[in-house]
Ligand binder design. Structure first.
Ligand SMILES: [Mg+2]
Length: 277
């Protein structure tokens, strides 16, 4: 694990995520930006994939169950060679391959279509079971939002994965404390999400979701646990790195052009600072 390389990739992902959404002018900045560190570890250090052959049958699968975080996936796939990242600057425009929510029929790198919250967990579990039935050792990485965890389907999926001892799936619960309409504590308090996941039979760890080393180590531990599925609860800051959105933990953002330029400049500087460190 090369920590600096990973931090540089995370900063590049943040900058490109902002550029992708800026090209449209508005979008899901908050839930995209807080996943940059995870995506950098997954695509920089952990996952098996071939950008020239996105449907390679031995690839690991990513299921962005919180499908509104499409922009961070598009930035990551562009930076890792699936297509020139600038192509994703057509986000949500007519005839684009980059809709706001991830769609497997349109975008290279997207393994399953998501956006209807909760369903990504079920389809990811199906993929993991299918891979096992086929005798493959592919792993499935499924990213779930904490607001998304209001959906009963998330817990049904966890229950099923655990009952079938699917040790080839790893869930990430992005605990940023906010969802579309406000804080998760105001809307539907979860209590201790890690304990709940554990109670559903998942081997669960809770870590700082912005610490690339901690993320990498937790993933290694998760796959060393071969009795069943695992879960990593990521403590994150919604909209991390987006100057106009982070203070208010915004879900959707439509800032002025001036605020966009401020955020893009801050993100470019953050990247330079890490490269020079
Ligand atoms: Mg959330």
């Amino acid at each position: 694990m090369n920590e600096k390389k990973c931090k540089v990739l995370a900063a590049q992902i943040r900058l490109e995520t902002l550029r992708v959404i800026h090209a449209l002018g508005f979008g899901h900045v908050g839930g995209s930006m807080d996943l940059a560190d995870l995506m950098a570890v997954l695509y920089g250090e952990v996952m098996r994939f071939d950008p020239k052959n996105p449907r390679w049958e031995d690839r690991d699968w990513l299921v962005m169950s919180k499908g509104h975080a499409g922009p961070v996936a598009y930035a990551t796939f562009g930076l890792t060679g699936y297509y020139p990242v600038e192509e994703a600057y057509t986000l949500n425009k007519p005839h684009t391959r980059f809709p706001s929510h991830t769609d497997r029929k349109l975008t290279p790198g997207v393994d399953l279509t998501t956006g209807s919250l909760g369903q990504g967990v079920s389809t990811a579990v199906g993929a993991a079971l299918g891979n096992r039935i086929d005798g493959r050792d592919n792993r499935v990485f499924c990213i779930v939002g904490d607001g998304e965890a209001d959906e009963g389907q998330v817990w049904e999926g966890f229950h099923f994965a655990s009952a079938h001892k699917l040790s080839n799936i790893l869930f990430f619960l992005d605990k940023n404390g906010y969802q579309l309409d406000g804080s998760t504590d105001d809307i539907l308090p979860h209590g201790d999400l890690a304990k709940k996941a554990e109670a559903f039979g998942l081997y669960t760890q809770e870590i700082d979701g912005h610490d690339v080393m901690a993320i990498y180590d937790a993933i290694q531990k998760a796959f060393a646990h071969t009795d069943g599925p695992s879960c990593i609860v990521l403590d994150t800051i919604k909209a991390k790195g987006a100057t106009f959105a982070e203070p208010k933990r915004e879900h959707s953002s439509q800032p002025s052009e001036e605020l966009w330029q401020e955020a893009l400049a801050a993100s470019e500087k953050a990247l330079q600072d890490i490269m020079n460190s």
